[in-house]
Structures are given as structure tokens and as C-alpha cells.
Design a protein around this ligand. Structure first.
Ligand code: AMP
Length: 213
């Protein structure tokens, strides 16, 4: 099972990716998580990416494409994978096509999680994340048992810099201009499955699984 999750920031791609990863026992690969870990570890890639990420812009294609290539050739991807947050531009989608071809892999589907801008803004501004395990919370809709502390690992939660109002606005613009052309790109290839993202996490998950049968 090889899947791509498409959708605006805050549409629940990360949450759905981890549920699908558990269900199909395949790795979920989030380019955003890999980049944030690289920043945390003060690696060269992270240092190059940080300035783009902080302002809500996309990291240059060549950096992200190289990063995904080195991840997809790992043995745990042989049985399948879920891409969360990649591709985000047509150039990335084309690079992914040729990589999958060269590995002899084909895509099962591209899940497009649909969500209105107003809902995106409400979700992102209340989002909190665990620094250690990347678990996602929301101050109103998905609060941890103890305010500010991860239920799973006890680490302090934080708000991503790019979940602050100015960066959210920019990310939505970037999504509209650079990523929405991919909806058409994958529709043409007959791979697109569109899902209403304005529902409960569990209902969306069940809908995706049903559509993949
Ligand atoms: P995310 O966690 O998926 O919302 O990604 C956070 C940020 O990481 C984005 O706003 C971009 O700056 C960067 N990023 C993640 N994935 C990509 C990608 N495929 N192409 C370019 N930049 C990316």
C-alpha cells in the first residue's frame, strides 16, 4: 500500500497518516517532521530549511526531494508507505514519479483531505505538538489530560512557530498556489480520492479505509 496524503496545513494529514500507518503496518513519512528533527539536531539540512519553514514558505524542491529519496530506499518502505506533506509542488510530484518508477513501485492512491480556510485557521492556531514524539493536540478539540503535557511521553507541548497567525496566512497562500495543482495532476492519473476533512478523526479514518478497499 503506497499512499500520498494531500490537503491544506491543518487538515489532519498527520493524524490520519498515523492511523493508516498503524492499520496497514507501514511507515508514515512526514517531510515536515523530518525537517523539524533535522533543525532540532542542528544538521546542515535543518539549518538550510529553517528560515523557509519559520515564515511558512516551502523549502526548496532539491533539498526535500533528496531527503525523500534517501528515506524511500530504506528497507522498511518495501511493503509500502504513507507520504504526509510530500509532494507539495508539481516538480516534487514529477521527481516522485520517476523515483517510484526506478524502484518498481506504484501508488495505490492519493487521499485529498478537503477543508475550508476558516476551519484550517481555527485548527492551526490551537494546535500544540509534542517535541519528543510528535503527537498532535488541540487546546479545545483534542486537549491532553494535563494542560501542556504529552499524554504519551510526559514531554512539554509547544506551539510551532509556523502555527502563528502570519505564518498560517502565508502557508495557506503557498498551499493554494503551489500545492493545489497536484489535485488536478493526480486526478488526471486516476489516483485521486477526495475526503471531507471537516468531520471526526475516526469517521474520516473509516471513510478513507472504505475508499481504499
Ligand atoms: P508540515 O509539517 O507538513 O506542515 O510542514 C512544515 C513546513 O515544512 C512547511 O511549511 C514547509 O516549510 C516545510 N515542508 C514540509 N514538507 C515540504 C515539502 N514537501 N516541500 C517543501 N517544504 C516542505
Amino acid at each position: 500500500m503506497r499512499l500520498i496524503l494531500l490537503g491544506p496545513p491543518g487538515s489532519g494529514k498527520g493524524t490520519q497518516a498515523s492511523l493508516l500507518s498503524e492499520k496497514y503496518d507501514i511507515p508514515s513519512i512526514s517531510t515536515g517532521d523530518i525537517l523539524r528533527q533535522s533543525i532540532e539536531a542542528q544538521e546542515e539540512l535543518g539549518l538550510k530549511a529553517k528560515k523557509y519553514m519559520d515564515e511558512g514558505a516551502l523549502v526548496p524542491d532539491e533539498l526535500v526531494i533528496a531527503m525523500v529519496k534517501s528515506r524511500l530506499i530504506k528497507p522498511d518502505c518495501e511493503r509500502g508507505f504513507i507520504l504526509d506533506g510530500f509532494p507539495r509542488t508539481v516538480a516534487q510530484a514529477e521527481a516522485l514519479d520517476s523515483l517510484l518508477n526506478s524502484l518498481g513501485y506504484s501508488l495505490r492512491a492519493v487521499i485529498n483531505i478537503d477543508l475550508k480556510d476558516e476551519v484550517v485557521i481555527e485548527r492551526l492556531s490551537g494546535r500544540r505538538m509534542c517535541k519528543r514524539c510528535n503527537r498532535i493536540y488541540h487546546v479545545v478539540y483534542l486537549p491532553p489530560k494535563t494542560t501542556g503535557i504529552c499524554d504519551d511521553c510526559g514531554e512539554t507541548l509547544y506551539q510551532r512557530d509556523d502555527d502563528k497567525p502570519e505564518a498560517i496566512k502565508k502557508r495557506l497562500q503557498v498551499y493554494m498556489v503551489q500545492t493545489t495543482p497536484l489535485i488536478h495532476y493526480y486526478q488526471e492519473k486516476g489516483k485521486l480520492i477526495s475526503i471531507n476533512g471537516d468531520r471526526e478523526v475516526k469517521v474520516i479514518h473509516e471513510d478513507i479505509v472504505k475508499r481504499l478497499v
